[in-house]
Design a protein around this ligand. Structure first.
Ligand code: NOJ
Length: 560
């Protein structure tokens, strides 16, 4: 195991093989009954989290926000949204987590603030060219009167990435004037990371939460901070990185690494140093591993497994590739199947093989009715995939509700939708609300025990998945996760593995250095148990297997 992180603390590497549970605070647990989850709700569920057996929680933003993008539009980076609690509630939550042996990771959103941030408000009331404007990306428009946006860049959520303001100061006060850049919603103006005050302020934010005891940070849109804004702005009608060689004007530019080297210096002021993980949707090239170097954030998400079909060859080659990538960077790998931005994986796996992203979006738009998902199959595959992944070296990031086997809520009424994608695409893409529906805790309680009337409606079938229905029930998804996380701790091994199956085989089998084995049958039919497997060593299974076989789409764990 690498000890690159400078520290005298025995737990400095806690994150390298942690099971991290993502909490989307508004949808986790509502203690004050206003229909929106909150920090006291998280504190109240610490016993559940501890029993689940996770090592850390990662909280999506809980900062003051108008919720134009579910909290990723931050008004104030160093406070708590009053609807979600107070700084005292935050401290109480951290204390409860630490008392339960659970570490806390918070989200930092450095690419953009909200349009209600005090700096942006000051930028709007100041004249073009003022120091207040310089912290954001304000540009004159093209065309005779500046009536055209400064470039053709689209927003991630649909529509263009520029909004024109009415000037409030200077010679043109009262008239339409400059444009500001927002790669996401209009309410999310992009910062200018060439500005020293922006850099310094994020150091202050990191220290603010680190001083309050958080153990790590998840860095939103990490690959987007450094931009080439030299004139004329280059045309880029697609936001995708088409060629990842550092020449893209908006993403994965070389300069971004100097920013994170600065962050690492701040994170290393603490002992143990604070952990960090980059959210950087960059293709798999050697460039991706730079974010994860010990001299930068330490870890980077890879979304390869999340984007892959349930397929033996794909899973194996992705695992190989990501483990090599991690080893080369000095990081440990990360694994993730679900988060607050994607269709829950039991639903993805329930759709016809070969479904593309466009197919998934069309399925959501059809309220999940066509094609008809094969839900039992989706859940069976999801459970097998999860056990495949939880055995791998590295950190596992789990999304709230996956331990309950929740499916996507694909038929949310249109009137309830809140994702800016829905609005900015003029109702052509439904967006991410279906994976953000508040959790079901108890089947018989009002709002399934979540709290007040949830901000997104829960479907009736949530009752069958409620935590209390699964608690103590052998074979339930909740109990499978609990056993897996328990065994994962007991069996944890050095950060490597050996493949015991041939590439291309539909039964994929690997062994960790201490002899812990994981074996997944990706086929839809049972497979014979390999002759050298002692069935008495099977400690965990994602599904039923007849004697001498591994069930269809099933994973087994074998203890040494
Ligand atoms: C990635 C976050 O995960 C997503 O929810 C958000 O909309 C964008 N970044 C913009 O902050």
């Amino acid at each position: 195991m690498s000890t690159d992180i400078p520290s005298t603390h025995p737990d400095a590497n806690w994150w390298r093989q942690a099971a991290v549970y993502q909490i989307y605070p508004r949808s986790f647990s509502d203690a004050n009954g206003d229909g929106m989850g909150d920090l006291p709700g998280v504190t109240a569920r610490m016993g559940y989290l501890s029993e689940l057996g996770i090592d850390a929680i990662w909280l999506s933003p809980f900062y003051p926000s108008a919720l134009a993008d579910g909290g990723y539009d931050v008004d104030d980076y160093r406070n708590v949204d009053p609807r979600l609690g107070s700084l005292d509630d935050f401290d109480a939550m951290v204390a409860a987590a630490h008392a339960a042996g659970i570490r806390v990771i918070v989200d930092v959103v450095p690419n953009h603030s909200s349009n209600r941030h005090e700096w942006f408000k000051a930028a709007l009331t100041s004249a073009p060219g003022s120091p207040e404007r310089a912290r954001y990306q304000f540009f004159d428009g093209l065309g005779a009167d500046g009536e055209l946006p400064p470039s053709d860049w689209p927003s991630h959520f649909g529509g263009g990435a520029w909004t024109r303001v009415v000037e409030q100061a200077g010679p043109n006060a009262g008239s339409l004037g400059q444009w500001y850049l927002h790669l996401f919603a209009t309410e999310q103006p992009d910062f200018n990371w060439d500005h020293p005050e922006v850099r310094e302020d994020f150091h202050t934010t990191l220290r603010f939460w680190a001083d309050r005891g958080v153990d790590g940070f998840r860095v939103d849109v990490a690959h987007g901070l450094a931009k080439d804004m030299s004139l004329p702005l280059r045309s880029k009608p697609e936001l995708e990185i088409l060629v990842d060689d550092g020449t893209d004007p908006l993403f994965d530019r070389d300069d971004v690494h100097e920013i994170f080297a600065g962050w690492r210096t701040v994170l290393n002021e603490y002992d143990p140093p604070k952990a960090a993980v980059a959210e950087a949707w960059v293709p798999f090239t050697e460039r991706r591993l730079k974010y994860a170097r010990p001299t930068e954030l330490g870890q980077a998400f890879n979304f390869d497994l999340l984007q892959a079909p349930f397929d033996a060859a794909e899973f194996r080659s992705i695992a190989e590739k990501c483990l090599d990538e991690a080893a080369a960077s000095g990081a440990s790998s990360t694994w993730v199947f679900s988060n607050h931005d994607v269709i829950r994986h039991p639903s993805r796996y329930a759709l016809p093989d070969g479904s593309t992203l466009a197919d998934l979006e069309a399925w959501l738009l059809a309220d999940g009715a066509t094609p008809v998902p094969d839900l039992p199959r989706g859940l069976r595959r999801a459970r097998a995939a999860t056990l495949f992944m939880l055995g791998l070296p590295g950190s596992a990031y789990l999304y709230q509700g996956e331990e309950l086997g929740l499916f996507e809520v694909a038929d949310l009424p249109a009137a309830s939708l809140q994702d800016p994608t829905w609005f900015r695409t003029l109702h052509k893409v439904k967006g991410r609300d279906g994976c953000r529906v508040p959790l079901p805790w108890s089947s018989g309680a009002a709002n399934f025990g979540f709290g007040g009337t949830p901000w997104l409606p829960q479907p009736a079938w949530f009752g069958e998945h409620a935590a209390d229905v699964q608690d103590g029930v052998a074979g339930s998804t909740l109990e499978m996760y609990r056993s897996a996380l328990d065994w994962r701790r007991k069996l944890q091994s050095a950060e490597s593995l050996e493949w015991l199956s041939e590439p291309g085989a539909s039964v994929v089998r690997y062994r960790r250095p201490n002899g812990w084995e994981v074996l997944t049958n990706f086929a839809a039919v049972p497979a014979a148990l390999p002759a050298d497997v002692d069935p008495a060593k099977v400690v965990l299974s994602s599904g039923a297997s007849a004697d001498g076989t591994v069930g269809p789409e099933t994973t087994l764990w074998l203890a040494p």
